[in-house]
Ligand binder design. Structure first.
Ligand code: FAD
Length: 481
């Protein structure tokens, strides 16, 4: 008799970016299985040390897990939070148990998690372990063509929500190998960030439907008003506190214009994730290689000032400081800070993409890299948009309310100068007891000159044959038909 036969059978539910109890297919399968079930979340040191990871993500994940744990307790189920590499965990657990199946959602993550999953695919195969990976956000793995993708996505969003009776799950106690049992995490509370968890996700969903959506379209680009008028669902969808399908079905009956506009963005989200799943190299490489010849000079000093919110352009500095402290900016402000770094400072997106990934609480690799490349105009297929920070500041923060909240140095500067304080004369500066270089910063760049120079360089490539050839390939591969 082989030693394998003596081992107890086991199913494993591996929570990844599906940190919820509702519409979770893994739980449905577990409830229908006759095997004992082990529920795990793995805090993987290599993942946590990857340059896109931040303590804000860790906190959100941890809060989400505590929420699941709370629900599990009422069903006498145990969620095991473990700190170890996935490879190590599965090797150890399969020494002790006869692992029948591993249930998880497909992870559309970074290169590290992709390689980890490739390794595990092989390991599970060799060890006769079934790995059932469910579709995430309607993304179709190994998609051959974008033909009918939209229709397939809508069908997926309208498909049945997964239901599971947690009472039915086998509760035989499962022993975790000692080697991987202990862990310590340094979680620091911070009320400036959205709290993680399924319960909070539904609070945000309900308040958006009840009241907050009313100003959605009008306020979407305002750095202040968008914070309440937008759904703020992004981190909850990123970490799977709710599925895209749940959100879609919750709102899809509405004919309200604001809600329809919000729903169309949910589809964009999945479109970008599909694009990334089909071409993961965009984490590192220009999607259109015709742009490889530009932005090859790294200016550490300019990037440092941009990161720190010390550029001397008030709206940019307000955005960078706000992002640092809260993990959130609306779409327009995100696009504008990338445009500023990529065009005005003429820096390569590769020199700041990981920094921004760490700062966005809702960091979703699929959206992040696509958007950063689009806003840097290295795709060759999207409109070249160079956002003028001063015009955007005047239009979207007319009274300087947002600027004054985050750039306290400018608190007492009058509205006429809040967007361009360097335009104050010496006498005016004295009047307001303010000196541009002592109390704040002179602009690190001439906005107009740098815009013009960047535009010329980008268009020179854009008009070239090489960019057009690659652009056609990109359209063929990634644009829905
Ligand atoms: C440089 C850059 C990086 C970005 N990185 C991310 C990211 O890592 N994660 C992320 O979720 N969004 C990202 N976005 C898209 C967008 O800015 C955020 O989704 C949005 O601001 C989140 O706020 P909300 O949930 O209130 O959005 P809402 O306006 O309420 O939209 C609803 C949902 O639709 C999706 N969505 C909205 N706008 C977009 C968009 N333009 N592209 C794709 N999906 C969208 C999000 O899931 C969002 O939660 C990025 C945008 C830019 C310009």
């Amino acid at each position: 008799m082989s030693s394998n036969k003596k081992k107890l059978n086991l199913d494993i539910v591996w929570f990844k970016r599906d940190l919820r109890t509702l519409d979770n297919i893994s739980l449905e399968i577990a409830a229908n299985s006759s095997n004992p079930v082990l529920f795990i979340y793995l805090f993987e040191p290599t993942v946590m040390n990857y340059p896109d990871y931040d303590s804000r993500h860790l906190r959100f994940i941890y809060e989400s897990l505590l929420d699941i744990e709370k629900k599990f307790k009422s069903y006498s189920l145990k969620l095991n939070l473990l700190k170890c590499e996935a490879q190590e965990f599965f090797e150890e657990i399969s020494k002790k148990y006869n692992v029948n199946q591993v249930l998880s959602y497909q992870e559309i993550g970074n290169n590290l998690t992709f390689e980890r999953d490739m390794y595990l695919l092989d390991f599970f195969k060799k060890n006769n372990i079934k790995w059932i990976q469910h579709k995430t956000n309607g993304v179709i793995r190994g998609l051959k063509s974008r033909k009918d993708w939209k229709k397939k996505w809508v069908d997926e969003m309208n498909s049945k929500i997964s239901l599971s009776d947690l009472n039915l799950i086998d509760k035989t106690e499962v022993d975790i190998p000692k080697k991987i049992k202990s862990y310590s995490l340094n979680i620091i509370n911070d009320k400036n960030f959205q709290p993680g968890g399924e319960t909070y996700a539904w609070m945000y969903i309900n308040s958006f439907l009840k009241e907050r959506h009313k100003g959605y379209t009008k306020n979407i680009s305002s750095p202040i008003n968008s914070r309440t008028s937008c759904s703020r669902l992004s981190p909850y969808i990123t970490y799977g506190n709710v599925s895209s399908k749940q959100v879609y079905q919750f709102f899809s009956k509405s004919k309200n214009r604001d809600i329809r506009s919000f729903l169309s963005r949910l589809q964009w989200r999945c479109h970008f994730m599909q694009k990334f799943d089909d071409e993961p190299s965009m984490e590192f490489d220009n999607i259109n290689t015709a742009y490889n010849s530009i932005r090859n000079e790294y200016n550490k000093d300019l990037i440092f000032k941009w990161k720190e919110g010390k550029t001397g352009i008030p709206i940019i500095d307000a955005c960078m400081r706000c992002l640092d402290k809260t993990g959130y900016l609306n779409f327009r402000m995100r696009a504008m800070i990338v445009s500023f770094a990529a065009f005005n400072l003429w820096q390569n997106w590769k020199n700041f993409s990981h920094f921004l990934a760490r700062k966005f609480l809702d960091y979703e690799p699929g959206i992040h890299y696509s958007q950063i490349q689009m806003q840097s105009a290295v795709t060759g297929i999207n409109t070249v948009r160079i956002y003028n920070p001063i015009k955007n500041s005047v239009l979207l923060d007319p009274d300087g309310q947002f600027i004054k909240k985050w750039v306290s140095e400018l608190k007492f500067i009058p509205k006429e100068y809040i967007h361009e304080p360097w335009k104050m004369t010496k006498i005016e500066q004295e009047m307001y007891n303010f000196s541009i270089n002592e109390n704040y910063f002179s602009p690190i760049i001439d906005i107009e000159k740098s815009r013009k120079s960047a535009s010329e360089k980008i268009w020179e490539i854009r008009k070239g044959l090489k960019s057009k050839i690659y652009a056609n390939k990109i359209i063929k591969k990634h644009v829905n038909s």
